[in-house]
Design a protein around this ligand. Structure first.
Ligand code: CU
Length: 92
């Protein structure tokens, strides 16, 4: 179990840098905490707000039809450079 909170933001392919820039920007945004540090940019296709140590949350969403490597990341300020991954959507 981790000892710090995280969120989960899934973005369009190639959106990691844009989401990361928003995460850095939100450090100075007093209202960002109310939004769970989820960026309000069109690149975001699904998200979940902050989850704290010991909590469990689930996220149901429908993946986009376009195949591609979708970036997912924690956008809590300071986390996005390390806590990230790629979800691959393929055609059947
Ligand atoms: Cu995090």
């Amino acid at each position: 179990m981790d000892s710090v909170p995280h969120n989960l933001v899934i973005g369009r392919p190639g959106s990691l840098a844009r989401m990361g820039a928003e995460a850095d920007r939100m450090l100075k945004d007093p209202k960002a905490m109310d939004r769970g540090y989820v960026p309000t940019i069109p690149e975001v296709i699904a998200s979940m707000g902050m989850v704290f140590p010991g909590q469990t949350e689930g996220l149901d969403f429908t993946a986009l039809k376009e195949p591609g490597d979708y970036d997912f990341v924690c956008t809590f300020p300071g986390h996005w450079r390390l806590i990230k991954g790629v979800m691959t959507v393929e055609k059947k």
